[in-house]
Design a protein around this ligand. Structure first.
Ligand code: FAD
Length: 278
């Protein structure tokens, strides 16, 4: 087992099939005793009802400390206030506050422009109620071509009241360590937990990575590609690579590990079990 707190991220299931997939994964992931789990919020409010329903389900039916993601892009102050009330009633004490991305076809940003505006709003409306996590990007946010500006914008979220941060996923541990050094030099003192993406499906991973700006190192991409349809070999190799990444991050001082599970247990558990065996 990892020697640091573990958290798991889920997306809100919308169909019976997706609900069954998550339900099958939960007992296996609960066995790891995560510090908390989180549930994403669809861009532009597309999961406005699914996220709170999933949070309620995880908290009440599975006794998990479930934290909602809240993205402000396209949202109004009134909508965000209603969600904050709902989450407070459910007993939530942690929120992952994000900007989100403007969905195609949506013309207006809504009442908030950046995640720092949302953090400031949550602090103003519900000071002391929520522990606020924000996102950060060791390999730089895709819309930001300047790493210094990106770091300044991260600092703005911390100054607005963020208590902790979770990174976008990456496969190069040096990207994380250099980012931490730069953040500390820039006066950012909050814990920065690496986001970990276990590798289950290379085609899907490539698509995600192109969208979110995460880099798949060339050697890793070539090795994964070389396995072709040999799913078992891909699983073995990928679990080893990601477990080694996690070990290096923990050995280098990472305060926790946040796994992007995509609602499945297998790839995440393969990584955690390998960390345990090392
Ligand atoms: P911000 O911190 O607002 O940054 C967005 C961009 O704007 C960056 O390029 C930043 O440098 C720039 N910027 C910030 N402030 C300023 C300013 N004052 N002036 C000029 N530029 C500025 N998306 C979802 O839709 N739902 C989710 O549940 C979700 N969960 C996520 C969880 C994690 C851990 C991570 C890492 C990402 C998640 N995302 C989610 C994706 C996220 O919404 C996108 O990466 C989005 O593009 C940026 O969100 P942010 O909160 O980092 O935005």
């Amino acid at each position: 087992m990892a020697s640091v707190p573990i958290s798991f991220e889920f997306f809100p299931p919308k169909t019976d099939e997706q609900r069954a997939t998550l339900e099958a994964a939960l007992p296996k992931l609960k066995a790891i005793a995560p510090e908390y789990v989180s549930c994403t919020f669809g861009a532009g409010g597309s999961t406005l009802s699914y996220t709170p329903e999933t949070i309620r389900h995880l908290r009440e039916e599975h006794a998990l400390d479930a934290a909602p993601h809240l993205s402000c892009m396209g949202g109004t102050r009134a909508e965000i206030r209603t969600l904050l009330d709902r989450y407070a009633e459910m007993g939530c004490r942690r929120i992952v506050a994000l900007r989100g991305d403007l969905p195609s076809g949506m013309a207006s940003y809504g009442d908030f422009r950046y995640a720092s505006d949302l953090v400031e709003f949550i602090r103003k409306e519900r000071d002391g109620r929520f522990h606020i996590e924000v996102a950060c990007y060791p390999e730089v946010h895709p819309q930001s071509d300047d790493a210094h500006a990106d770091l300044r914008h991260f600092k703005a979220k911390v100054d607005a009241g963020a208590n902790g941060a979770i990174t976008q996923y990456f496969y190069n541990p040096d990207a994380y360590f250099r980012f931490i050094d730069a953040a500390r030099r820039g006066g950012i003192a909050i814990p920065i937990v690496p986001g970990i993406m276990p590798i289950a499906n290379f085609t899907q991973l490539k698509r995600f990575s192109d969208l979110c700006g995460a880099e798949i190192p060339r050697w890793l991409s070539k090795r994964l590609h070389a396995y072709g349809d040999d799913v078992d070999s891909i699983r073995e190799f990928a679990a080893d690579v990601v477990a080694e990444l996690c070990d290096r991050l923990v050995a280098g001082g990472a305060p926790g590990l946040h796994f992007y599970t995509l609602n499945r247990a297998r790839a995440t558990l393969a990584v955690i079990e390998r960390m345990h065996r090392r």
